[in-house]
Write a protein that binds this ligand. Structure first.
Ligand code: SAM
Length: 232
């Protein structure tokens, strides 16, 4: 049986990859990618010649069959997503879940590295001990119910979002959490034009009203987190 290596790749800056990740990407027989064109950019940068295959969670059965067959034949496979850690709001869990349940002889090993949730949480300054990771929120069905649930939590909440939908999401946060809630926004982390905002949501919305934002963002909706703890 082969081994499946679940490898974290950069979320922007190509230097954010571990030495082990580069070595294993070189040594495996096959790299299963979310999008082979995106991963090719990284592989070319490090002159890695390993063959790639695309892996889509939504056409999961045939791809899983193919990758499972490779592992059964003793091939070592690396699983990567377009950015960050596979399986965290990204494809990967279907294959990994299948292997854990049906083929426990295959070792599934993490090669840890970048993840947008960890990067944003590490620089927010509002997280004292714990946080809730919400990932992507529902776009339509179940969205308001989700916000109601989130607004009852007493920990900071980490949300993944596209900058294009940021305005609407900030407005929903304001409606459910009120004008005073602290918000931290990290946009395009590790890239050339990375930006960060922090403050009360009403102020942040005002500051952002003149910006046309592009790219990817992580939001952290705080309940005062670290500051609150200081006054405990
Ligand atoms: N698996 C990835 C990880 O471990 O971070 C997350 C993939 S998810 C499809 C993409 C989301 O992650 C984006 O919509 C955004 O919320 C966040 N993200 C990824 N890269 C980012 C970056 N450079 N700056 C800010 N947010 C980012």
């Amino acid at each position: 049986m082969g081994t499946l290596y679940v490898i974290a790749t950069p979320i922007g800056n190509l230097e954010d990859i571990t030495l082990r990740a580069i070595r294993v990407l070189r040594e495996v027989n096959l790299i299963a990618c979310e999008d082979t064109r995106v991963t090719r950019h990284l592989l070319d940068h490090y002159e890695i010649k390993t063959p790639t295959v695309s892996y889509f969670q939504h056409s999961k059965l045939s791809k899983i069959d193919y990758l499972v067959e490779q592992l059964r034949q003793g091939k070592n496979v690396a699983l990567v997503s377009d950015a960050g850690t596979p399986g965290i709001s990204d494809p990967g869990q279907a294959l990994i879940g299948y292997l854990r349940q049906e083929l426990p002889e295959v070792a599934v090993l993490p090669i840890p590295g970048p993840s947008a949730v960890a990067a944003a949480a590490s620089v927010a300054g509002t997280i004292e001990k714990e946080f809730y990771f919400a990932g992507f929120l529902p776009k339509k069905k179940g969205r308001q119910t989700k916000f109601k649930m989130l607004s009852k939590l007493e920990t900071p909440i980490v949300i993944y979002e596209s900058a294009l939908r940021l305005e609407r999401t900030l407005s929903d946060i304001q409606s459910h959490f009120g004008d005073e809630v602290e918000i931290f926004i990290a946009r395009e982390m590790t890239k050339m034009f990375e930006e960060y905002w922090t403050g009360r949501i009403s102020e942040v919305i005002r500051d952002l009203s003149n910006h046309k934002l592009k790219g990817e963002v992580v939001l952290i909706v705080g309940h005062g987190g670290a500051k609150q703890a200081e006054g405990d």
